[in-house]
Design a protein around this ligand. Structure first.
Ligand code: PLP
Length: 387
C-alpha cells in the first residue's frame, strides 16, 4: 500500500467541562440536610403556610436586616405582589431597566402599569443620573423597579436620594444580588419593598421555584400576605384580588435548614473566583467589569464584554476548551415581541449602553462549586483566545 496519508492531528483528549452551574456537586454538599428537611416536613403533616414558612421568613428577614419577609412562589410574583400591595396599576408609569430578566418588566405589565425604560451605565446597572432627568420631566412616573444586576449593588445612597427627591415608590429587584452591599448597606434595604428569587441558579437557589418580598412596612407586608393567598384576610373572606403564590413548607424548610446557613460560604467562594478572574484574565479584546469603590458584589454572574461581532467566535472557542458560557441578555426587554403587543411602554433617549451589553456580553462560569482547576481552566481558555 502506498500513498496512505495518515492524519497528522494528534489525538486530542476532550477537555473536561466547566458548566455554568453544577447542581450535582451542590446536591453532594446539601443533600443530607435537604433530606432531613423533607423528613421534618413530611412528619409534620403540614405542607402549606405553616411553621416552616414562618421560621424561614423570620430567618431571612433577620439575615437581610429587613423588618419582614413574605415567602411567595417565585421572584416574578414577589415583584408583582409588591406592586399590587403598593396600589401601582393602570395609569402609573414605572421606571425600570431594559437589561434584566424579562420577569422584572413582566410584573409591571401584569399590574397594568406602563414601564419606562432607562439606559444602563458601564457596569450594566440602571443609570441613576438619567433616571433623575427622566423623572424630573415626567411627573406621571410614580414608581421605580431597579435591578441590582449580576450580583452588583446600585449606589444605595444615590438610589435613596432619588426616591426621596421625587417621592418615588421603590421596589428593588434583588433576584441576583442577595447579600450585595454598597458602602456597608445591604442592597434591598432602601426601597419600600424588595423582591428576590430562589430559582435554582440564583445565589440562594433551591430545588424548585420560590421567592420572597421583604419590607420594613408592616402594612405592606400584611397586604402581601393576603395577595399571595387569594387576597383573603381570613378563610373564605376575600378583601381584594389575589394570586395563589405561596412558598411551600418543603422549600421553606430546605431554604432555612440546608441553604441559608451556607450562603455566606458560597458568597465568599464566588468572591474568591471573581478576584481570581479579575487579576488573571488578560486579553486585549476581553473587557472585564470591575466594581466601583464601596460596592461589595456577590457575583451572581461574571459578565465580560467582547467586540459584538466576535461574541459567537469567543464562545465557541471557550466551548472547545470545555468552558460553557451564558449571555445576559441577548435581547433587551424593550425589544421583546410581547412588549409590542402590550403597547403601553416608553423608551427614553437611545438605550445604547444596554444595547452594547445585549450584543457583546458573555457570562463566565462562577458557581461556588467550581474547583480551583476549573477556575484556572476558564482563565487559560480566555487568555488563549486567538489574539
Ligand atoms: C430570576 C430573576 C427574576 C425572576 O425570578 P423567578 O423566580 O424566576 O420568577 C426576576 N428578576 C431578576 C433580575 C432575575 O434574575
Amino acid at each position: 500500500m502506498t500513498n496512505v496519508t495518515l492524519s497528522t492531528s494528534p489525538t486530542r483528549q476532550a477537555a473536561p467541562s466547566v458548566a455554568m452551574n453544577d447542581f450535582r456537586r451542590m446536591w453532594d454538599e446539601v443533600g443530607p440536610a435537604a433530606m432531613e428537611a423533607l423528613n421534618q416536613v413530611g412528619q409534620s403533616g403540614w405542607y402549606i403556610l405553616g411553621n416552616e414558612v414562618k421560621a424561614f421568613e423570620q430567618s431571612l428577614a433577620q439575615w437581610w436586616g429587613a423588618g419582614q419577609c413574605v415567602g411567595v412562589a417565585n421572584g416574578l410574583d414577589a415583584i408583582e405582589i409588591a406592586l399590587r400591595a403598593m396600589d401601582i396599576g393602570p395609569g402609573d408609569k414605572v421606571l425600570t431597566t431594559p437589561l434584566s430578566a424579562f420577569a422584572t418588566t413582566l410584573a409591571i405589565m401584569h399590574v397594568g402599569a406602563t414601564p419606562v425604560f432607562v439606559d444602563v451605565d458601564e457596569i450594566g446597572l440602571i443609570d441613576l443620573d438619567r433616571c433623575r432627568r427622566v423623572v424630573r420631566s415626567d411627573p406621571a412616573i410614580k414608581a421605580m423597579v431597579p435591578v441590582h444586576l449580576f450580583g452588583f449593588s446600585i449606589d444605595l445612597g444615590e438610589l435613596a436620594g432619588l426616591k426621596q427627591s421625587f417621592d418615588l415608590q421603590l421596589i428593588e429587584d434583588c433576584a441576583q444580588s442577595i447579600g450585595a452591599r454598597f458602602n456597608g448597606r445591604a442592597a434591598g434595604t432602601v426601597g419600600d419593598a424588595t423582591a428576590t428569587s430562589f430559582y435554582p441558579t440564583k445565589n440562594l437557589g433551591t430545588f424548585g421555584d420560590g421567592g420572597a418580598m421583604l419590607t420594613s412596612n408592616d402594612a405592606l407586608a400584611a397586604c402581601a400576605r393576603q395577595i399571595r393567598h387569594y387576597g383573603q384576610t381570613e378563610q373564605y373572606h376575600h378583601e381584594r384580588f389575589g394570586l395563589n403564590s405561596r412558598l411551600d413548607e418543603l422549600h421553606a424548610a430546605i431554604l432555612r435548614r440546608a441553604l441559608l446557613p451556607r450562603l455566606e460560604t458560597w458568597t465568599h467562594r464566588r468572591r474568591q473566583i471573581a478576584a481570581h478572574y479579575l487579576s488573571r484574565i488578560d486579553h486585549p479584546r476581553i473587557r472585564l467589569i470591575t466594581a466601583p469603590p464601596g460596592m461589595e458584589p456577590v457575583w451572581h454572574l461574571f459578565p465580560v464584554r467582547v467586540p459584538p461581532g466576535e461574541r459567537e467566535a469567543f464562545r465557541a472557542d471557550l466551548a472547545a476548551c470545555g468552558v460553557h458560557t451564558g449571555i445576559h441578555y441577548p435581547r433587551l426587554i424593550s425589544d421583546q415581541p410581547a412588549l409590542r403587543q402590550y403597547a403601553r411602554f416608553e423608551v427614553t433617549d437611545p438605550i445604547s449602553i444596554a444595547q452594547q451589553f445585549a450584543t457583546g456580553e458573555v457570562s463566565l462560569p462562577i458557581n461556588p462549586h467550581l474547583t480551583d482547576e476549573q477556575v484556572d481552566q476558564v482563565v487559560a481558555a480566555c487568555n488563549g483566545w486567538r489574539r
